[in-house]
Design a protein around this ligand. Structure first.
Ligand code: AMP
Length: 283
């Protein structure tokens, strides 16, 4: 049975029996509309934890004006049904519970927070960090589980955890994909049938870039990925970049070693992101 709570007091009451030395509390933060990717995070959380808390909160602070905050899919009952058995507690707070002092961002994601996703979505990562920090303060987890799909989010959260939550262990899970490679995302429900076909450009591009990494330097790898997008005129590529995983800055053309390929594109009016880690051998 999964217990659903909405307030800080209810959360404290259900977690009280677990708040002692040696008991591991795991938190999986989500915005709901759960899919198999989220469920994989919950399964992983279960491996390490005595109690698994899944938070479901569509965080207004991480949406810019004109984004899909209002139409973001919300389905608490369905989500709880999907979780049954795998999570112990669902924490579904209201904005007032999350932000009793008002809806303003209290964390800054710094310079990296202004690149890529942050450039397209000003204030996005400050909003993400503010929500995640508040969830950490409320749940007091020992372990928190996130998906690698949101690579830049993982980067800024890791930084915040190192600086402000040094006792918290972060676990990062590989991206769960559809059979044709499309990353599962709550936003995939926005896609029409033909847009869903077009969305395959993203995993195709990641694959082409990964193949190119066997024989090309950074610019050749990026070119190989972008070339795939040329075959999909209805998809608007926003960025496709290779970044250094230790800084999240774009790599120079003579870079060799582990790199993170990141991509964002509009398929119709739906903005999708994806990522792949690869190794650049040829500088
Ligand atoms: P969201 O509900 O989209 O904010 O995502 C909540 C968590 O699930 C984040 O840590 C995401 O990175 C993770 N996540 C979303 N999609 C996937 C996926 N396809 N595979 C693995 N993790 C995912």
């Amino acid at each position: 049975m999964t217990t659903v709570v909405h307030t800080a007091e209810e959360l404290d009451a259900v977690l009280a029996p677990f708040r002692h030395e040696g008991t591991v509390i795991a938190l999986v933060p989500t915005m709901g509309a759960l899919h198999e990717g989220h469920i994989e995070l919950v399964r992983r959380a279960r491996q390490d934890a005595d109690v698994v808390v899944v938070s479901i909160f569509v965080n207004p602070l991480q949406f810019s004006a004109g984004e899909d905050f209002d139409r973001y899919p919300r389905s608490l009952d369905n989500d709880v049904a999907k979780l049954d058995g795998s999570a112990d507690i669902v924490f579904a707070p209201t904005p007032e519970v999350m932000y009793p002092e008002g809806q303003t961002s209290r964390f800054s994601a710094g310079k990296v927070g202004e690149l890529f996703e942050g450039a397209s979505r000003p204030g996005h990562f400050d909003g993400v960090l503010t929500a995640v920090a508040r969830l950490f303060d409320l749940v007091l987890p020992n372990v928190a589980v996130f998906g690698q799909k949101d690579a830049q989010q993982v980067f800024v959260i890791s930084d915040m955890v190192a600086a402000s939550f040094p006792d918290l262990a972060l676990v990062i899970i590989p991206t769960v994909r559809e059979e044709d490679g499309l990353a599962l995302s709550s936003r995939n429900v926005y896609l029409s049938e033909s847009e869903r076909e077009d969305a395959r450009v993203i995993p195709h591009a990641l694959l082409a870039a990964t193949h190119a990494a066997r024989h090309s330097s950074a610019s050749g790898i990026v070119c190989a990925g972008k070339k795939v997008f040329e075959q999909y005129p209805l998809v608007r590529l926003e960025y496709l970049e290779l970044v250094d995983p230790s800084t999240f800055e774009p790599v120079e053309n003579d870079y060799a070693g582990e790199a993170t390929l990141i991509v964002a594109a509009y398929v119709g009016s739906t903005r999708l992101i994806d990522t792949e880690n690869l190794e650049i051998i040829h500088a």
